[in-house]
Ligand binder design. Sequence first.
Ligand code: ADP
Ligand code: ASP
Ligand code: MG
Length: 405
Amino acid sequence: MPTIVQKYGGTSVEGAERIKNVARRIVAAHDAGNKVVVVVSAMGDSTDELLKMAHQISAAPPERELDMLLSTGERVSVALLAMAIHELGRTAISLSGNQAGIQTNTVHTRARITGVETGRLIEELESGKIVLVAGFQGVSPDEDVTTLGRGGSDTTAVALAAALGAGQCEIYTDVEGVYTADPGIVPDARRLASVSYGEMLEMAATGAEVLMLRSVEYAQKYGVPLHVRSSFSGDPGTCIREEDEEMEKAVVSAVTYTSDESKLTLLRVPDRPGVAATVFGALAEADVNVDTIIQNVSEQGTTDISFTVNQTDLPGAQKALQAIAGDLGVAFLIDNDMGKVSIVGAGMKSYPGVAAKMFGTLAAAGVNIEMISTSSIKISCVIKRGQVKKAVQALHEAFGLGNTV
Ligand code: ADP
Ligand code: ASP
Ligand code: MG
């Protein structure tokens, strides 16, 4: 009997009617002769609501306690879903991440899965039950509850599919698959039938929140094909797998964006070996994830260095820079009003002129580019937050990605 792993996101289980709808879909997969493992997210905005409550009580809640709190959202969902399946006359059991054997490291609020102890899962499946696992959480070697970072239920699902040798991992969400751009801001965005792991990694890393970046890394590492589909329809969705000859290698497959970047600029940094290492070493020490970096031409022995971080990392970055600015004799500026637009496509490797077309399109839309970074299949531009939507729409149009072409 084949094993399948399905994951349902927060919008898909928001409220009793949607939970009942998901229960019917799960029962259909079970009745078709599969061993079914289902990972579920917290209902709707409940993770955000729990976070808000924590911040009403403390400006800096202890991360261990945040994990205890946030992990409850997913537990509510699995328990209710188990009840809905029982109502349909099938047997299901809900498990917390810990009970499901999801082991992680000790880094609270963004733990990494280190292994899956499958004994209990296999036992429950062998006894004919549908197994429901609370997403986004695990247990550390200290036996504390950990969570995996925002969107982490995707990673739970992939880890379970890999550990159980499931043929694929189905990610059910509130859109019909992976699109050429966020359908929330580009109305004529088109669903992509298939996307390579490489492209999906770049898309997730540059803001396409339909899949958590780490889930794609995990899927590629363990060779788990992903199938992103809608929980509300039977449409074919998007397959994410190793690049092959049949895959359409579009020059540009998708436009992505983020709206929560902060830019920090260090002024008059001494231009000598070791200074950049000191600055970025201090940021790494503070666990700050640095994104785009540019260093200007040196003038009179000093240079300016700018870099971006996610807004959530800004307080940590500020603190780290304050600690070293005195010794280095530098000042720094903060611009907390940035975003980033990116174009991603496996075909751009061998196609000149893509960057020029991107920059020309942004110029024509009146968008000033503040920073640029590239990989072999991606070009990103840091721009003002207020211009992100306009930039995404212009690029989507210029590269002919819409439904109307
Ligand atoms: P879930 O709760 O199911 O995990 P998410 O909100 O995390 O769902 O992800 C789905 C959302 O991702 C969509 O509603 C859509 O607005 C957004 N999104 C951003 N970029 C893309 C894209 N390129 N393709 C599809 N969805 C995207
Ligand atoms: N509930 C968590 C979040 O909102 C995890 C998830 O939905 O995947 O980020
Ligand atoms: Mg998600």
